[in-house]
Design a protein around this ligand. Structure first.
Ligand SMILES: CC(C)(COP(=O)(O)OP(=O)(O)OC[C@H]1O[C@@H](n2cnc3c(N)ncnc32)[C@H](O)[C@@H]1OP(=O)(O)O)[C@@H](O)C(=O)NCCC(=O)NCCS
Length: 181
């Protein structure tokens, strides 16, 4: 069957719109927040306060989990935080968050904070950790989330690591029981 040039352009435009729709509404696996570290974030030593970094991590984890699930989410767990290097006020900060495992309602998010002098862009890792977010309804009850399947070798490694960490957290939880009784 022969199609006219106009018909061809029309179909192509429809296809582009369809792809745009699909990609814009698709769950987003990762997100990066970028901003400058402000003077209000400083600690007594003149560097960015650890608490400020933890707040940025929580914000990025929330944005990532909400983007993946399309739902309101709460922080269930944050751990393994490692402050590798200090951040100076005025630095350009990048907080990268990505889903590395999904359960029924939980999303395990790996986070990395990188910072650099905005004039030189010598980006370096400053902090990394894992946060577990849970999708909840208006009553605070956990809700199912879309499943994420690892594709690349790197993804598979991080997914396996998330499973291992779950087992280790169970042991730590049992050990910590005496502090919460
Ligand atoms: C997170 C919360 C909704 C879980 O409630 P719950 O009654 O344990 O719910 P469920 O038993 O259905 O568990 C839901 C998921 O949370 C996970 N979860 C619960 N506590 C967890 C913890 N301490 N560490 C890791 N994951 C945890 C469960 O493994 C489960 O994952 P899955 O659905 O993928 O299998 C509830 O504990 C809560 O509201 N906590 C307070 C959250 C909060 O205020 N955060 C700070 C401000 S956002």
């Amino acid at each position: 069957m022969l199609i006219s040039h106009e018909q061809y352009i029309f179909d192509l435009n429809q296809l582009i719109e369809l792809i745009k729709d699909l990609t814009m509404n698709a769950p987003q696996r990762d997100i990066t927040l970028r901003f400058l570290a402000e003077p209000q974030d400083v600690n007594f030593g003149g560097k960015v306060h650890g608490g400020a970094v933890m707040k940025w991590i929580d914000l990025a984890a929330y944005a990532c989990a909400a983007g993946w699930s399309g739902r309101y989410c709460v922080t269930a767990y944050a751990g393994g935080i490692r402050f590798v290097a200090p951040i100076h006020v005025g630095s350009l900060v990048e907080v990268e968050a990505k889903v590395i495992y999904t359960g029924n309602s939980s999303m395990h998010i790996a986070l990395e904070v990188n910072a650099c002098d905005p004039k030189s862009l010598n980006r370096r890792l400053t902090t990394h950790c894992i946060v577990i977010m849970v999708a909840v309804d208006q009553n605070g009850q956990s809700e199912r989330v879309p499943q994420w399947q690892p594709q690349t070798e790197g993804d598979k490694k991080q997914h396996a690591s998330a499973v291992k960490l779950m087992e280790m957290r169970k042991q730590i939880g049992d050990e910590m029981q005496s502090f919460v009784e």
